[in-house]
Design a protein around this ligand. Structure first.
Ligand code: SF4
Ligand code: SF4
Length: 366
């Protein structure tokens, strides 16, 4: 099977600006077909960490919002809370950061609904029967939406080599404890120096693995199922998040979470990716380093694997930016050059294997 990936470059002129070209791309890729009148339509965006400037500009998101409305859909912008302590770890901080970064209703014309709720506990289990997870934990707002459009900023990534649509959906829409599961193969431990004995972790532990000893909580390793609930529940962060997993494994886990996000959305999901500001690292960083290639264009497809593969190929063909972290212009595999220990192919190969799409595609230039 060969998937269709639509592409528009960055050339613009009077009467045809990039917003108009985005609209043409949306139409050409048939994304209006996934929306029926009255549908609640989740637009998955990354609002950017505070200090980051690489994310997709709100003006572009506004144009997609308008397209969804024209079709009779009810769009909302969404993302799930982050696991790490930053400016998006709960819904209040997350929305505040989004607004500071320009995703205000007055600009984008749609409300923000954080997918996994106020503190990241608003999720449901989705059965996927993968190699790593039987079930995954996906933010409720996305599961309850009738349709989904992923709006992705493509860039390098410190954990997965590159971050594209699969990463945007899988890691992005996993709940906070879901993110812990993806990030860590190591069971958590309580730091007795920090523990205040409030027992909140015990209330949330689904494995009944935590007990009190000497006024402090202790985790019984034989009962712990590694769900990560306690790490995001502790008010004093006495249960450390242990960022330990192999690059290949985290990519496969992200694919399995993406399967959970897209389950039940057959024929109701579309994907738009911006190959602009291709920074070396994720938009979760509180900075955006110099892009490693010049802006390439915008792509759209109904196949997330084909879309990511097409983006990789276009970045490979582009001349490197010697004034970026690459430091030279003649390197083809920019992601391997930036993150030498990570084989980014794993996410594409595993995504294809698990039936999310195909790496075979036809690039249709508008
Ligand atoms: S990771 Fe989950 S099962 Fe293990 S102690 Fe924490 S809450 Fe309990
Ligand atoms: S939630 Fe944190 S502070 Fe409270 S008992 Fe558990 S580990 Fe200790």
């Amino acid at each position: 099977m060969v998937a269709e990936v639509y592409f528009t470059d960055m050339r613009a002129r009077q009467g045809l600006n990039m917003l108009d070209k985005l609209e043409r791309l949306f139409d050409a890729a048939g994304l209006e077909e996934i929306i029926s009148p009255g549908d609640l339509v989740a637009l998955k965006v990354h609002f950017g960490e505070r200090g980051n400037t690489g994310y997709v500009r709100p003006q572009f998101v506004r144009r997609i919002v308008d397209k969804v409305k024209a079709r009779g859909g009810k769009p909302f912008l969404t993302d799930a809370n982050t696991l790490y302590v930053g400016s998006r770890a709960n819904a209040v901080d997350h929305i505040q950061t989004a607004i500071e970064n320009g995703f205000d209703f007055a600009v984008v014309g749609a409300p923000i609904v954080i997918a996994d709720g106020l503190t990241g506990k608003d999720y449901r289990h989705v059965e996927i029967n993968g190699k790593h997870f039987r079930e995954v934990k996906i933010g409720t707002a996305v599961l309850d939406a009738d349709a989904l459009i992923a709006i992705t900023h493509f860039k390098g990534h410190e954990m997965t080599g590159f971050g594209g649509t699969l990463k945007n959906l899988g890691m992005g829409l996993g709940s906070r404890s879901g993110k812990q599961q993806m990030h860590s193969d190591v069971k958590p431990q309580v730091d007795p120096e920090k523990c205040i004995g409030c027992e909140k972790c015990q209330e949330w532990c689904p494995g009944a693995a935590i007990y009190t000893e000497g006024g402090k909580s202790v985790i019984a390793k034989d009962k712990c199922i590694g769900c990560g609930e306690c790490t995001v529940t502790c008010p004093v962060r006495a249960i450390a998040i242990r960022w330990e997993t192999k690059p290949d494994v985290i990519q496969e886990k992200i694919v399995e979470y993406t399967m959970g996000v897209l389950k039940g959305k057959e024929g109701k999901a579309g994907f738009i990716t911006f190959l602009t500001n291709v920074t070396p690292d994720c938009d979760c960083c509180s900075w955006s380093d110099a892009p490693v290639v010049a802006d390439i264009g915008i792509l759209a497809s109904k196949d997330p694997v084909a879309l990511d593969q097409a983006c990789v190929d276009l970045v490979f063909k582009a001349r490197g930016n010697p004034a970026s972290a690459l430091g030279r212009d003649d390197v083809e595999d920019k992601f391997r050059a930036l993150h030498p220990d990570i084989d980014w192919r794993v996410q594409l190969e595993y995504g294809e294997k698990m039936g999310l799409g195909t790496r075979e595609y036809r690039l249709i230039k508008l």
